[in-house]
Design a protein around this ligand. Structure first.
Ligand code: MG
Length: 451
């Protein structure tokens, strides 16, 4: 049942990603296409976000797939979850050219399995093997693939999200949307409109230079959205990262909703109707445990990374366990009845349904959530495994969870110390209901960083 992280060379937790022309090149996209075509022969769907480097990278990716004998269907610009939904319904695999929340100079490739989930560690390592050894299949002249464009297929995703709720669920709602000039520029306003909402939007033109704000939907970047909410009297504001697998919200008073609180709010709504396990990484607030308990549900922790959440949800379901919900404390939420990946469009639609069911304003629901304080730091460490070993020894008498790094669980607080997969640093998170207790726990851990 337990998901373990495996060491990869090119792939991070969310595919291959890097600065265009440095780590992320057209040659690499070509190699990924050839390797994917070798591993997943058949008809492959590709798509991309709005980045300026998208056309050149997707062309190289398609060239590799076609050379390996795959037929390619180009879905154009669309959210990652839209491509995942369409792959699961129609295709043998997929790939999306995106760097998600990274700045405009980045790009990358996420590989999607036939069931619509992101490719797991073992298969990604096999794909890397083909890239490094150069042993990908090259089809003879009479078996190279054919390409066709299908930009209208994205409508299937929008329709599926809208049809997950009763018609007219959003009637009488005014909503402000900021797709950040990214892949959801058409889909999220369209989902909201079809649910009956009246939509005001900004940054809803597709533009890979991201002139309005950076692809990461930060509280600072969303200040104009908060103004739009206040000025229009909208019920809420919603924004996405560049590929719209995440959604973040502004309440009716113009306040940015911290993403763990968003997770808690939606978990409360989902678990009032659906019982079972909530799957989430060890870095998520204990707020989720509190909400789960309220509804007779439980929490299962995974390593950090949405792919581990999705794969654990699949394994639990296969083993006969009822899975209610999944997600991360960064606005990436997984609705298992819809599909087993993070979905910013579905998160937006669910927020409309949640508020339609409640007679209270968004801000009062937020204010009712149990309070918590979280301290987050990144610390430079040369030997992270040695640090983790020291912490295991120092806190041996306590309740420890070693799913990813080390999490020390106490009655009223917890702390996580976790090595970064890509840099010589560790991330430390400490959470408690009170600020002073969180600080005291943090101060207890820090001396162990000194050898
Ligand atoms: Mg993303």
């Amino acid at each position: 049942m337990e998901q373990k992280k495996l060491e990869k060379k090119l792939f991070g937790t969310n595919g291959v990603r890097g600065v265009v022309g440095k780590e992320m090149t057209t040659n690499l996209a070509l190699s990924i296409g050839m390797a994917l075509g070798t591993m997943r022969p058949g008809t492959i769907a590709v798509g991309r976000d709005t980045r300026t480097s998208g056309p050149s990278l997707i062309s190289a990716l398609k060239a590799g797939l076609l050379a390996a004998g795959c037929d390619v269907v180009d879905l154009g610009i669309l959210p990652t979850p839209a491509l995942q939904f369409i792959v699961r319904t129609h295709f043998d695999a997929g790939a999306v050219v995106t760097a998600s929340h990274n700045p405009p100079e980045y790009n990358g490739v996420k590989v999607i399995e036939p069931d619509g989930t992101e490719m797991g560690d073992e298969q990604s390592i096999a794909l890397e093997g083909h890239i490094f050894s150069g042993d990908s299949y090259v089809a003879p002249w009479d078996h190279v693939g054919k390409e066709r464009a299908a930009p209208s297929m994205v409508d299937e995703y929008v329709t599926a999200v809208v049809n997950s709720f009763p018609p007219g669920t959003g009637e009488g709602f005014l909503v402000a949307a900021d797709p950040g000039c990214g892949a959801a520029a058409w889909t999220t306003p369209e989902i909201l409109s079809r649910m009956g909402c009246r939509v005001f939007s900004l940054n809803s033109q597709m533009d890979g230079t991201f002139p309005g704000r950076l692809p990461e939907p930060s509280p600072e970047g969303l200040a104009p959205l908060a103004d739009l909410v206040r000025v229009t009297g909208a019920r809420f504001g919603v924004a996405h990262d560049g590929d719209a697998d995440r959604a973040v919200f502004i309440d009716d008073r113009g306040r940015f909703l911290e993403e763990n609180m968003l997770f808690g709010l939606i978990a409360d709504y989902i678990c009032s109707g659906r019982k079972g396990v909530i799957v989430t990484p060890v870095s998520t607030s204990r707020l989720i445990e509190v909400i789960a308990k309220r509804h007779g549900c439980s929490v299962c922790y995974t390593p950090v990374g949405s792919i581990y959440v999705a794969r654990t949800m699949i394994e639990l379901a296969h083993g006969g366990t009822e899975v209610a919900f999944g997600g991360e404390g960064n606005g990436g939420l997984i609705f298992p009845e819809h599909q087993l990946c993070r979905d910013g469009g579905m998160t937006t639609a669910t927020m409309v349904a949640l508020l339609a069911q409640s007679s209270r304003p968004f801000s009062s629901l937020v204010d009712d959530l149990p309070p918590f304080t979280m301290i987050k730091e990144k610390i430079h460490v040369k030997d992270a495994p040695a640090l983790i070993a020291r912490l295991k020894q120092a806190f041996a008498g306590e309740s420890l969870d070693c799913t990813d790094g080390i999490r020390i669980n106490r009655e009223d607080s917890w702390a996580l110390v976790r090595p970064s997969g890509t840099e010589p640093l560790v991330r430390i998170m400490v959470e408690s209901a009170s600020e002073s207790r969180a600080q005291r726990f943090y101060d207890e851990i820090i001396p162990h960083f000194r050898t």
